[in-house]
Design a binder for this molecule. Sequence first.
Ligand code: HEC
Ligand code: HEC
Length: 421
Amino acid sequence: MSSLKKTPILMMATAVAAALSVSAAAMGDKPPVSADNGVSQVQSTPAMAGTFAKAPDAAIPPLAPLGPPPIPLDNPMSEAKTELGKLLFFDPRLGGDASVSCATCHEPEQGWSWAEDFSRGYPGTVHWRGNQTIINAAYYKKLFWAGSVPSLEAQAPAAAKGGVAGNGENDLMEARLRLIPGYVERFNEVFGEPRPSIGNAWKAIAAYQRTLVQRDTPLDKYLLGDSSALTEQQVSGKALFEGKGRCILCHNGALASNESYYNIGVPRAERWLEDGLAQITFRFQYYGKGATEELYRTVKDDVGLYFRNKNKWDKGKFRVPSLRYISFTAPYMRQGQFYTLEDVIDFYDRGGFDEEGNTTSYPKTKTPLITKLNLSDEEKEDLLAFLEAFTGEEITVVKPRLPGYKPLFTLVELEAAQAAK
Ligand code: HEC
Ligand code: HEC
């Protein structure tokens, strides 16, 4: 409570939330009874409004400077490990046909992401979601648009093996590493193992990604006390972000994400209606994730969190993304529905509708936190200017030279061995 008293803007945002008295009907279907699906109960159920009204101090953390990322106890950092992880991140031999590395899709020059609506896929496929940047991924408790994996260590194999991503096979990828003396030496040094094991490759890649963080932004500087770090326009935009624009309700705390899941009204990707290759992936994902035949046939859209728990009240909900590094990661939303931040702001201003008036395929689960904002043109410009303050310098990298294969033996050695028999 006391911290709220000191920050009138937050009180305002809390009041906005508290004022929303939402009926169960407005939220669609029944609320979950158990809290344990990785979803914050505070904002994902009809109980939400009541929760806010009774306990405003449990709500809305203010924007804050970002600290160093958490490091798991079972994967401590070292320079040798992050150097190894960097090599592996750029190495296409950790994939099916040795042509696609993590960095192929998370292209450093495209915001460590992929600048199209759907990510590129494994050769011969297209992905079904827009790519996410890996800058600051180290801070999330759950990864991917619908939060389906719990750690960077678990995410790396999901990517390297996924049918429309790396499409690699564990034994084959491991065998490749073992025939690369440069890796044999490094795995030995870092993990004390005589031959590289694939599980440690994922650990090294995870450690490398924990070095890809950006904490030095105009917003961080401002929040740390440098009042000149934001322009006057950005300061006005910040007030809109925390007040009339209501962005703070979800994009809050140091990460600018409360890591909860919402359906904010983003319409489906039209590409699924037009592009055969995209339809193949769509079908593959639907069945792979255990959605029903009926759902596949009737709704041509991404059901998000529903894929994980099959709760109908979670249809079309996605993890709130961080807004950090956002200037480099267009297009925006889970299937790149919007190409510019101006379009995103207009979408929110209309209460979660695109310019043709389209909204989510699951209107029953659309959150009541998204409503028409009535921002003036000037207010939209101020908000846009503020969104830019979440991004600092572009993070660039010199792509590493990868170590080469060495056969176990050469023909000359084989012949010499046979002659000696
Ligand atoms: C074929 C393209 C492709 C490849 C290869 C690929 N990724 Fe991704 N990556 C994506 C897409 C698309 C998403 C979002 C997927 C989703 O939400 O379903 C993603 C998401 C992620 C995320 C989650 C970020 C967040 O905000 O939650 C991380 C971390 C990540 N990838 C790391 C990796 C690593 C490490 C590798 C290599 C082992 C890799 N990726 C290989 C396309 C790719
Ligand atoms: C009710 C919670 C909520 C509120 C309020 C909210 N957002 Fe979001 N935001 C989300 C979610 C969830 C997504 C991802 C949705 C999707 O892809 O379907 C998102 C996505 C975004 C993205 C795209 C990020 C990316 O990486 O693609 C931007 C930019 C953004 N929001 C800015 C804003 C701004 C500006 C406001 C205030 C005008 C705002 N948001 C209000 C929940 C919210």
